[in-house]
Structures are given as structure tokens and as C-alpha cells.
Design a protein around this ligand. Structure first.
Ligand SMILES: [Mg+2]
Length: 233
């Protein structure tokens, strides 16, 4: 069901729920899951509409539907020695529609689905801040909320990534803009999620130093230069 929201959290309940979660001082979810060799390029992945079907404020495990090809692409990225980094805006948390516990449950379901295909995510970054968010997530233009590049830059710092060789897969223009502003090589803008409506808006960010490709889905990431078979380790 589109737009279904999980139970609202009071601010107090929400802040108590954050205690066991990997939140930094700015309230950004920064979760490094695997030990990473420095200097690797990343495959940055938007989550909703890129890895999983867009359901608007995904917060229930039962609503997790993997997009076909996500597991195969992530498994290939693992084989190529890329750091697979999820970067996701989670305004639903900032707005109080659901909390980090629900976010974690959805992430665990995604990880389990990927594991069944021999694929794994190396790090997850999530930004709950939003102009209409409630404290502590009210922010007019948080540097980590896409289209700002903060999550990608935080990942680059945490994992010592080679940004210049990294790519992003996402459905929205804000994903593509964040990728460009982080200084990575390019972005694959996919038609899943909101992608069809966002294609034109996203294409304006192409430049001599930033390549944009358009694909049907994340499955087309197999054709990105960093996933060419000759690079397999
Ligand atoms: Mg998306």
C-alpha cells in the first residue's frame, strides 16, 4: 500500500530508541559493516527505488521488495573489490513516521535477501534530517541530506575511498546531484522508483568530468566501467 506509515514516535521515544544505533554526533546513521582496504572505489547505491521498490516511507519488513538485479550487481561489486555503500535520505524518521528500529529491521531484511544471492553491503549511511523534520532532525538544508554530498563524503573519509573512480546508482536527480558534488566519476540514473519522472531533471548534471548514464534498473550497473569483468580480483 503506497504511503502507509508506521506508528508515529514521540520525540522522547525516538531519542531513547537511538541509543543502540550507529548514529554520529550529527544524528547521521554511519554504519561500516566490513573491514575495508583503503583506496578502493565505491559503488554508491541509493536504497528506495534503486535496490528496493519505492513504497514511500518504507518502514515495514513485509513491504521490502528487492529490485531484480540488485543482488547480482552487488555480488559483482563485491567480487570486483568495490566498496558497496548505501546512501539514503530517511525523511520519514525526521518527520516522526517511524524510527531507527524500523529502519534497522528493513536494512536487515535487505541484507538477508542480498546474502541469499551471495551479495553484501559494506557500509550504510542514512540522513533523517529534513526541513519539515522534528527535533533533533529539523534542518533547512542539512549537509548530509541529498542533493548535498555529505553522506558520500563521510563514507569517503570513513572508508578511505577513491572517489574519482566511484559511481552511484539512484533514481532521482538529487542522487545524481549529490554524486556530482561529491566529485565521483558518474551516476547511473535508473528508471525504477521515481526514475522515469526524474530522468530529465537528472540529465542536466552531466559535464566533461561527470558522466551520467540512464538505465532501466540497477541491473544495468553491470555495464559500468568499474564492473567490467577484467577488473575482477
Ligand atoms: Mg530513491
Amino acid at each position: 500500500m503506497k504511503g502507509r506509515r508506521c506508528s508515529k514516535n514521540t520525540e522522547k521515544a525516538q531519542s531513547m530508541r537511538t541509543l543502540n544505533h550507529p548514529l554520529n554526533a550529527a544524528g547521521l546513521w554511519c554504519e561500516v559493516l566490513t573491514a575495508s582496504a583503503p583506496g578502493r572505489p565505491a559503488l554508491f547505491l541509493d536504497r528506495d527505488g534503486a535496490i528496493v521498490e519505492e513504497t514511500d516511507y518504507l518502514c515495514r519488513v513485509d513491504d521490502v521488495v528487492m529490485i531484480q538485479g540488485a543482488g547480482a550487481v552487488i555480488a559483482a561489486a563485491n567480487k570486483h573489490g568495490l566498496a558497496v555503500v548505501v546512501v539514503t535520505n530517511q525523511a520519514g524518521i525526521g518527520r516522526g513516521y517511524y524510527g531507527w528500529d524500523e529502519f534497522k529491521a528493513v536494512q536487515d531484511a535487505i541484507a538477508a535477501a542480498l546474502a541469499a544471492e551471495g551479495a553484501s553491503i559494506d557500509a550504510v549511511y542514512a540522513c533523517a534530517h529534513h526541513p519539515q523534520g522534528h527535533a533533533p532532525y529539523a534542518h533547512p538544508d542539512h549537509p548530509a541530506r541529498k542533493p548535498n554530498p555529505g553522506m558520500l563524503l563521510q563514507a569517503a573519509s570513513d572508508l578511505a575511498l577513491d572517489l574519482g573512480k566511484s559511481w552511484l546508482v539512484g533514481d532521482k536527480a538529487i542522487d545524481v546531484e549529490a554524486a556530482k558534488r561529491a566529485g565521483i566519476a558518474g551516476a547511473l540514473q535508473v528508471a525504477t522508483g521515481y526514475g522515469n519522472a526524474e530522468r530529465e531533471r537528472a540529465s542536466v548534471f552531466a559535464s566533461a568530468t561527470f558522466e551520467i548514464r540512464h538505465g532501466r534498473s540497477i541491473a544495468d550497473a553491470m555495464m559500468l566501467p568499474i564492473l567490467k569483468s577484467s577488473n575482477v580480483r
